[in-house]
Design a binder for this molecule. Structure first.
Ligand code: GTP
Ligand code: MG
Length: 367
């Protein structure tokens, strides 16, 4: 299944350093999983709330405002049973501006609070992953989350202020047309303000999207992290043995973020995936999940300072997740110049040196 001839040789079951085809001692891995990092739950970043795009935010607020006008006009008519005067009309429109204002300021406030506490109480892996995502965004867009947060704070303040101001102006008006004019001008101004802060909204949306795309890792089941040089077949293995659907292609750094596949109780027979039925992987239905398999971006044999964010993410997973690490090696010399066999072996050596406290199977066998 895994050979390009002898291409896919999987050396070493991670720091337990065993061959993939040997039976992993699952109970030991579970023990390891709960011993380290078990107290702080993973998955907090996946629960973050996101903002809608600015025009959608305006549309939602406008809808709420129109609904409010409708309800309040009906209520006022019922009470009066006669033509509404300018005072009634003003009250209805003041309430509708309040509805508009809060349906923008509440989600903005929620996201601001969220940003303030973003890195608090996170599992070590998620904290490092979040910092790497920050670093990546800074490098690509030159934009900081702090600046976007300041922009959103300003936007929220301005919208609340403008709509309050419009409300107090409406209170003093005696003419329905004038009320409508102030009302509509305030709405228009909010729309322009939202558009002006589009970049801040986009940046926050992008962060939240990336945070939420981190896989949910359940630490109560054994986790196997596949690492290795680029283009050696890590994703192919994850795809073959688990429910994971990573992209597979014949170039380096195909995998750009970590991804999780699951292995279910095989008594259920197989797994329906994009390419058809896969025997023996299990059925997610009611089946019990037995193991998680993590696909990671390839790592090159080079100094940490030279690593890109994708490689750093892989190292972060190795460093911070209680797991069984499987080092994947391609012996066929067809993985490209960046993954020549000598480089793969040097990388294996580097990674072993980096985590001296993760015991190896070889050492264990000597015990
Ligand atoms: N012939 C053959 N080709 C394989 C096998 N396993 C993987 N490949 C091919 O090797 C190439 C790289 O496979 P991937 O699984 O994407 O490798 P990767 O290590 O995940 O690569 P990165 O994500 O770039 O780090 C693809 O073209 C695969 O089709 C195999 O067992 N036999
Ligand atoms: Mg891959």
């Amino acid at each position: 299944m895994l050979g390009r001839g002898v291409r896919q040789a999987m050396l070493a079951g991670g720091w337990r350093w065993r061959a993939m085809h040997s039976q992993p001692d699952v109970s030991e891995v579970v023990e390891l999983s709960t011993a380290r990092g078990g107290e702080v739950k993973l998955g907090k970043l996946r629960q973050l709330v996101n903002l809608p795009p600015f025009d959608e935010m305006f549309g939602i607020a406008r809808k709420k405002m129109l609904a409010c006008i409708d309800v309040e006009l009906r209520k006022a008519h019922k009470k009066k049973k006669s033509e509404l005067n300018a005072l009634d009309f003003a009250n209805v429109h003041k309430l509708s501006l309040l509805a508009f204002s809060s349906s923008i300021s509440i989600p903005l406030g929620e996201v601001l609070k969220q940003n303030e506490n973003l890195l608090k109480g996170l599992h070590d892996f998620e904290r490092v992953a979040a910092e790497l995502i920050f670093e990546d965004s800074r490098r690509n867009n030159g934009q900081e989350l702090d600046n976007a947060t300041a922009g959103i704070t300003e936007l929220r303040k301005q919208i609340v202020f403008d709509l309050k101001d419009a409300s107090s102006k409406i209170s003093k008006l005696k003419n329905k047309d004038e009320i409508m004019l102030v009302h509509n001008t305030a709405l228009q101004k909010s729309k322009v303000l939202l558009a002006q802060h589009n970049n801040d909204i986009k940046l926050i949306r992008n962060y939240v999207k990336r945070f939420r795309s981190l896989p949910f890792i359940d630490l109560s089941v054994p986790l196997f992290v596949l690492v290795g040089a680029p283009n050696v077949g890590k994703s192919s293995i994850v795809k073959a043995v688990s429910t994971g659907e990573p992209e597979v292609a014949d170039y380096i750094f195909t995998t750009r973020k970590i991804l999780l596949g699951h292995i279910y109780d095989t008594t259920y027979g197989g797994w329906q995936c994009q390419d058809g039925w896969r025997e023996g992987v299990g059925d997610a239905g009611d089946a019990e999940m037995k193991m998680e398999v993590m696909d990671t971006p390839g790592v090159l044999s080079r100094n940490d300072e030279d690593r890109n964010v994708m490689e750093k993410m892989t190292i972060a997973a190795m460093e911070n997740l209680p797991s069984n690490i499987i080092f994947v090696t391609d012996l066929s010399e067809t993985s490209g110049s960046k993954s020549k066999l000598e480089l793969q072996l040097a990388l294996r050596q580097d990674l072993r040196g980096k985590f001296p406290n993760r015991e190896t199977g070889r050492k264990r066998r000597n015990d």
